[in-house]
Structures are given as C-alpha cells and as structure tokens.
Write a protein that binds this ligand. Structure first.
Ligand code: ATP
Ligand code: MG
Length: 417
C-alpha cells in the first residue's frame, strides 16, 4: 500500500472542520487588527533560508528539505514563512513610506525534517504575523496582543506569556562574557558545548539543560539605557491589559535574526509535553537589510496550528459544529431519482443545505443516514408523488409528515427553517 511520507498527516472529517474553524477565527481577528494576508511560494531558493535563519541554526543545519530543480538550482521547502515574507516585501517594494507600518499575516504549510511526535511533524501549518516599519513599544504590543486575542477567542486560557529583551551591541559582548563564565562552571550537553563559542545566547534555548540555567545572570541587567527604557514602556503597555506576563531572562528563540523584544506563549497543560510552545516571535530589525532591502524594522510571530488543535483537545474545547443538513432527499424509484437532481439544484440555489443518497440504500438505512447527517427534514418522493406533483416532507424535530406541492416546496421549507 502506498503510504504518506513520515511526519505528514491526512486531515479529514472533524479535524478538517476544526482546522477550518480555527482559520476563520484567526482571519476574523486579523480583520479586527487591520492586518492583511500575504501568500508566498511554498519553495524558495535555499540561500534565502540559509541567509535569514543563519547557517548555525537547527533549521538550516538539520531540518530543511533541500532539492535541486532540473536546472540545478538549489531550492528548499519553506521551513518557516518570515524569510519568504521579507523577500516579498523587498522584491515588491512594499517598504515604501505610504505602506508603513506594513502589517501582514500568512497561513499555510511549513516543512522541517524533524523527529516526528505528537505536535512535531515534518509538514505542519503555521499562521503568523509580520509587521514592518513604525518600530515602537506600542507596535510591539499590537503584535503580541493580536496573538493573545486569537488564543482567547478560541477559548484557551491556561497559557503563560513569556517575554524577554534580547541584548545587542556592546552590551551583548559584556553579557556574553559574564554568561560564559557562569556556563563554564556547569556540566553541559554536547550541543551546548558546541554553541558556547558559536552562538552563546542560544545555549539558553537548550531543552536538555534548561533547569541548570535558573540562576544565570539576567540579560535585562545588562541592557543599554535606551533598550531598558523601550522594554519598560512595552511592559507598561501590556500591564494595562488583562493578561498576566512573565519576564523570562532565558528566552532567546531558536533563530539567529531576532533583536530586541522576543516572546513565547506556552501552554501550561502538562499533556502538551515538550511541545508546549504555541506561539513564538519577536523583533528582527536587521533582517530586511541583511536580505538586501533597506534598513527597515520588522517584528513577527508564528503560531503552530496543529499544536493549538492539540491544546484545544486537551482542554476539551470544540470550535467546530458538525454540518447539519436542512433537507435529505430519499427518492423511492428510478424516475424519482432522476427528478431528485433538479430538486437538489433548486434547494441549494435557495441556500438550503441538501443532499441525497446517490448509492443504493434501503429505505431504513436511508432514514439512518438522514439521522447521522442531522438533517432537519427528510423529503420523500416516489412514482405516485411524481405523477401527482407533490412530495412528502417529514420534519425530523416534530416528526410531522406533510404533503407539499412541487411549487410550494421552497416556501414550505424556508418558512419552517
Ligand atoms: P520548538 O522549540 O518547539 O522546536 P521552534 O522554536 O522551532 O519550536 P518556531 O520556529 O518559532 O518554533 O515556530 C513557531 C511555532 O510553530 C512553534 O511554537 C510551534 O507551535 C510550531 N512548530 C514549529 N515546529 C513545528 C513542527 N515540527 N511541527 C508542528 N508545529 C511546529
Ligand atoms: Mg524547532
């Protein structure tokens, strides 16, 4: 039997409905925030990702699906969408003053070669927001609140908002020195030991050694006065809103391009396991320039749709309603079956959700089918009815049956619904 590739998923039935419902909730919040959609290609040049995520990042090092096209160009399936959006902003000159701040969102599949487990797949779906220009604490607040708004709109409550301010410039070197001294006293995993020299801050992101970093010197104590001021203003905005936040000096994020404010929203539900990060992001003020555009600030976050669906399941929250039919038609003869198609055409044109059996079923199993489809009405038609221009409509709530003339069918059903 042909099988789907490892780490991928077929989505159908209730899950497909949940997916759709979640997407709709997200799109509604985006409308409220005046954030517009952008769709970029699912594959891009390999260079785009190696330059944006950084050669030393896990994504580029071990997680990318890379391939050559027929002309030997090196391409990659997108592991994330920020790089693609930034490329698109530069290529389409969307950074022009009149567009700023440019607020965009994306929704779609991403690909990473990871060890598959619950909440960690090789093809997964991300929704994300990217904002360019207009750097300010209030725009940073706009970004994170749009994410929190989504989580609360779907009914999730048990999560923590973790925030940090990534140190940069001279102060970063000072901090790294202190951090290295402190790390030197610890027994760390191989990954950490490798990172200490290459990318010291990333050590703090290690999932294996996490608990050992509880008492490391705090990054926020080393911020420049301007950064410190920015961070304080940002926090003061968020403190006025009705969610609690946590300053996490160890929060650094896995990608190399972040500068300034970074955040993660983490589920507190233990069943989410090590896949507890629902949403993550931050500021990346140099990325547009690094990818060949003008000096223009940027900030964004990404949210994992599959992880949200797992969180919803754990919290026993249902966001989609099963489809309920208005009418289920049961033809009782070959002639009636031929007539049913035009009947359905008319019902659907009038906005009534309707269906029929199509496969040969006994009357009894047709009634069962109507029940399982939660149809509000059953419409029966046989040779006799066909000849005399009427149908029988049975209301599944009141159980009442009525003869309805062809030309009155629509009126009858619409009045009843
Ligand atoms: P993690 O630390 O869990 O690997 P990450 O730092 O690689 O996450 P980001 O690149 O910031 O994650 O992606 C943002 C969000 O996308 C994550 O918080 C998560 O919800 C989701 N996500 C990332 N990788 C996967 C994956 N392989 N499968 C499913 N969802 C994922
Ligand atoms: Mg990862």
């Amino acid at each position: 039997m042909l099988k789907k590739p490892r780490g991928t998923e077929d989505i159908f039935g209730k899950k497909a409905q949940d997916f759709f419902a979640l997407e709709m909730i997200i799109r509604n919040v985006m409308e409220l925030y005046n954030i517009n959609e952008v769709r970029t290609p699912i594959f891009e040049s390999y260079d785009l990702f190696s330059r944006s995520a950084g050669e030393s990042s896990d994504i580029v090092n071990k997680e990318m699906f890379v391939f050559q096209d027929r002309k030997n160009r090196s391409l990659a399936l997108r592991p994330e969408n920020t790089a693609g959006v930034v490329r698109s902003v530069i290529e389409n000159k969307l950074y022009l003053e009149e567009n700023l701040p440019l607020k965009q969102f994306y929704f779609g599949p991403m690909f990473r070669y990871e060890r598959p487990q619950a909440g960690r797949q090789r093809q997964f779906t991300q929704f994300g927001v990217e904002i360019f220009g207009g750097k300010s604490p209030s725009l940073d607040a706009e970004l994170i609140t749009s994410g929190i708004e989504i989580l609360s709109n779907i009914g999730l409550q048990d999560f923590s908002v973790k925030i940090n301010y990534l140190i940069s410039g001279e102060n970063k070197s000072k901090y790294i020195k202190v951090l290295k001294d402190s790390l030197a006293k610890m027994k760390l995993c191989e990954d950490c030991l490798n990172r200490i020299e290459k990318n010291t801050l990333r050590v703090l992101d290690c999932k294996v050694d996490q608990e050992k970093f509880d008492n490391i010197p705090s990054m926020s104590d080393f911020l420049s006065p301007e950064d410190d001021q920015y961070f304080k203003e940002y926090l003061s905005i968020l403190k006025r809103m009705d969610f609690s936040l946590e300053i996490d000096a160890k929060l650094v994020r896995g990608l190399d391009y972040y500068t300034g404010i970074v955040f993660e929203i983490v589920s507190n539900d233990e069943r989410q396991g090590s896949q507890s990060t629902l949403l993550a992001g931050g500021r990346y003020d140099n990325l547009v320039e690094e990818l060949g555009g003008p000096q223009i600030s940027g900030a964004g976050f990404a949210l994992g749709i599959e992880r949200i669906l797992i969180a919803l399941e754990n919290a026993e929250i249902s966001i989609s309603q099963p489809t309920e039919l208005d009418v289920y038609c049961i033809p009782l003869s070959k002639q009636a079956e031929l007539f049913t198609s035009s009947l359905l055409f008319m019902l659907r044109k009038a906005g009534l959700k309707s269906d029929t059996s199509f496969v040969n079923r006994s009357l009894k199993s047709n009634f069962k089918k109507a029940e399982s489809l939660k149809s509000k009405n059953i419409l029966l038609i046989g040779d006799k009815e066909l000849k005399e221009n009427y149908v029988i409509i049975k209301n599944q709530t009141t159980m009442k049956e009525e003869k309805v003339k062809f030309e009155k069918i629509l009126n009858f059903l619409i009045e009843e619904l």
